[in-house]
Design a protein around this ligand. Structure first.
Ligand code: FNR
Length: 380
């Protein structure tokens, strides 16, 4: 109601409340290089389109007369009480969007009480982001470095900086074929953006012949070789269990058998995700993969979801398909680019308000009662 009441005195929101409009606005204001990197996806974009289509194809069947006057969006996720089934997805290189970068997004998440998942490829060292957040809930996303000493050092730094949950991204052993970046010859990492976490790391520095400031190009190339490791396989997960005490969640799981392997390996959760359509061109839509994964491991693991969430009703649909909570990526990144920290808060608040109304109008007072019966699949 705040927005309508402000409207009575002529004040309209600074950013649109239909978050699907943010991308176009960001492109107009921030230019094609950075926004192309954020908006872009693998191949001809079919996976990103399929993510949206799979959510839109599912339709909610609202129920009436179920007393929804008091509602509570809170959920328990990995032993944590969250105010709503929402977290900010790990997105690296945020300084290409706004000079306030990750600390601004992290502060916005902290103010709204939703977990902030910090990317390994943050353009700000993780300790500075942690400091910006006080004691608010923060998780650390690991791109698993080739050098185990750097991996161990990242985990130790993250622990010391108060990150609670470890999110390990499995779908990026290599960067995919991304035509928008290739055609513009634009890759933030090669400009030294998204390397601050690495460059500030003592184990990373130990692998350099010269200090970072004396030979920044060599440091960037060292980063490129370190970034990820296509040689990893399932038995390697034991290393993470040995070096991290808290919950571990594997991000980028799409096949039910991989989810079962995650459970067998002692992991705590999976994120059903195709990286927002940025890795495997032609991949299954994340929302189509979700029910099969939830059915396979929903009783053993916490199942989270991302890729394509743009509205409150998308969150509702993901819950109905078996997710405990969702992550949102690009919308908050555009919010950051357009208006810094308030832009990110705008995105979070819009999503939560719309989710609250979708729940209420569909006959639910809490996320916990949402299930497969609330959806039909539109096959036209
Ligand atoms: C990402 N994503 C990502 N994931 C990750 O684990 N570590 C990272 O550093 C990044 N970096 C990143 C940069 C940009 C610009 C984008 C758009 C995405 C993937 C991200 O966590 C998430 O899976 C997707 O963004 C979800 O899809 P939507 O919400 O963007 O459709």
């Amino acid at each position: 109601y705040e927005i309508y009441l402000n409207g009575m005195s002529g004040a309209v929101p600074r950013l649109p409340t239909d978050l699907t409009r943010l991308e176009e606005l960001a492109e107009q204001r921030l230019g094609p290089g950075p926004v192309g990197y954020v908006a872009g996806s693998a191949g001809n974009g079919s996976t990103a389109r399929a993510n949206r289509a799979a959510l839109e194809r599912r339709r909610i069947v609202p129920r009436m007369l179920r007393d929804v006057h008091e509602r509570d969006l809170s959920v328990e996720v990995l032993g944590r009480a969250l105010p709503a089934p929402l977290a900010l997805a790990p997105v690296g290189v945020l300084s290409i969007m706004h000079p306030d970068a990750e600390p601004a997004a992290a502060r916005a998440a902290a103010a709204q009480g939703v977990p902030y998942i910090l990317s390994s490829a943050s353009s700000t060292p993780m300790e500075q982001v942690a400091e910006a957040m006080g004691d608010a809930e923060r998780w650390f996303q690991l791109y698993w470095p080739k050098d185990p000493e750097v991996a161990r050092s990242f985990l130790n730094r993250a622990k010391a900086a108060g990150f609670t949950v470890l999110v390990v991204t499995l779908d990026t052993p290599l960067l995919s074929w991304r035509p928008r970046d290739l055609d513009q010859a634009y890759l933030p990492f090669l400009r030294g953006v998204g390397t601050a976490n690495y460059f500030s790391d003592p184990a990373f520095q130990a692998g350099l012949a010269e200090p970072v400031h004396e030979d920044p190009n060599a440091a960037v190339m060292h980063f490129v070789g370190m970034f990820s490791d296509p040689a990893k396989s399932w038995p390697d997960l034991a290393f993470l269990r040995e070096n991290w005490d808290g919950p571990i969640v594997l991000k980028g799981v799409l096949h039910p058998d991989d989810a079962r392997r995650a459970a067998d390996a002692g992991m705590d959760g999976v994120i059903v995700s195709n990286h927002g359509g940025r890795q495997v061109a032609g991949s299954v839509a994340a929302a189509d993969a979700l029910p099969r994964v939830a059915e396979a491991v929903g009783d053993r693991l916490t199942v989270l979801f991302d890729s394509g969430v743009r509205t409150g009703d998308d969150i509702f649909k993901a819950l109905a398909l078996g997710a405990r909570a969702v992550l949102v990526g690009r919308p908050y990144v555009y919010g950051l680019g357009l208006d810094g920290r308030p832009g990110v808060e705008h995105v979070i608040r819009c999503l939560l308000a719309e989710l609250d109304l979708t729940l209420a109008l569909s006959g639910h007072a809490t996320p916990s009662t949402v299930g497969p019966d609330d959806l039909v699949e539109d096959r036209t």
